[in-house]
Design a protein around this ligand. Structure first.
Ligand SMILES: Nc1ncnc2c1ncn2[C@@H]1O[C@H](COP(=O)(O)OP(=O)(O)OP(=O)(O)O)[C@@H](O)[C@H]1O
Ligand SMILES: [Mg+2]
Length: 251
């Protein structure tokens, strides 16, 4: 009876898993040169978690993010997003999953330079087929929530680094995705601006969004509730942070 209850509980917990990586390998072959970027990575992420992926340059962090965000497919193993095995999906289904479930934030912002701040944030809504008036309202609301309501008509080059990253975050969150993936989002920012960007991620996480941040900065990575450490394509550590409260105060 006790065992049954435990099984039932486990099943319940499992339905809450939004990302599952099962023995994920990614090999890049370029002529004779074979790089094993991921050599068998396993982990699960529950809806609403906020975690970091850390590790030295070349350890496979971006490759791992590309797998989770379905920007790339594994050579072997399974990536399961929202209960769906991505290898069973065709390109169109993957594109829809990327558009509806995942928001991306990059170190170099990747904003479109010819568009205004407002137009950049409206863009993902267009791909979702949302009508223009509603796109404008939603994008304005989201820009307001990141404190940029007075920069709607600016172009990206007229903004500071921190402001550009806040636009990029607004663009990632405007579709209300269940997952936000951020690859070195504070890498190009000074530490004070980086802290503001991190605070913004905390706010987004508070409403239930799962967030994964790749970072070289232990001050950021170790301030989060969980850190996955990669080395040479393998996980060397995956744990909940000790002394979390103490560290959060120090960041
Ligand atoms: N498109 C590619 N083609 C060939 N090799 C690649 C490709 N992308 C990554 N690699 C290789 O895979 C390994 C892991 O790269 P990855 O970009 O995931 O590292 P990373 O941990 O994100 O590093 P960094 O901290 O420098 O961004 C590296 O050795 C890299 O050279
Ligand atoms: Mg990288």
């Amino acid at each position: 009876m006790k065992q049954k209850t435990e099984e039932a509980e486990k099943a319940l917990v499992d339905t809450n898993i939004i990302i599952q990586m099962d023995d994920v390998k990614r090999v890049y072959e370029m002529g004779d040169n074979v790089v094993e970027a991921l050599r068998g990575v396993d982990f699960k992420v529950q809806q609403g978690e906020f975690l970091s992926i850390m590790g030295p340059s070349g350890s496979g962090k971006s490759t791992c993010m590309n797998m989770i965000g379905c920007l790339d497919r594994p050579t072997s193993g399974d990536v399961i997003i929202n209960g769906k095995k991505t290898k069973l999906m065709n390109e169109k289904e993957l594109a829809r999953l990327r558009n509806e479930t995942v928001g991306f934030v990059f170190q170099q912002y990747h904003l479109l330079s010819t568009m205004t701040v407002l137009e950049n944030v409206m863009l993902p809504l267009r791909y979702k087929g949302i009508p223009l008036t509603e796109r404008r309202i939603l994008a304005k609301e989201t820009l307001q929530s990141v404190g940029l309501e007075d920069r709607l008509s600016h172009r990206p080059h007229e903004l500071s680094g921190g402001q550009k990253q806040r636009v990029a975050i607004a663009r990632a969150m405007v579709t209300n995705p269940r997952i936000i993936l951020a690859d070195e989002p504070t890498g190009a920012l000074d530490s004070k601006t980086g802290k503001q960007v991190l605070d913004l991620f905390w706010e987004i996480n508070r409403i239930g969004t799962t967030i994964i941040i790749v970072t070289h900065d232990p001050g950021i990575g170790l301030s989060l509730p969980r850190a996955i450490h990669l080395f040479d394509g393998l996980i060397t550590e995956d744990g909940k942070q000790q002394n979390l409260e103490k560290e959060v105060h120090h960041v």
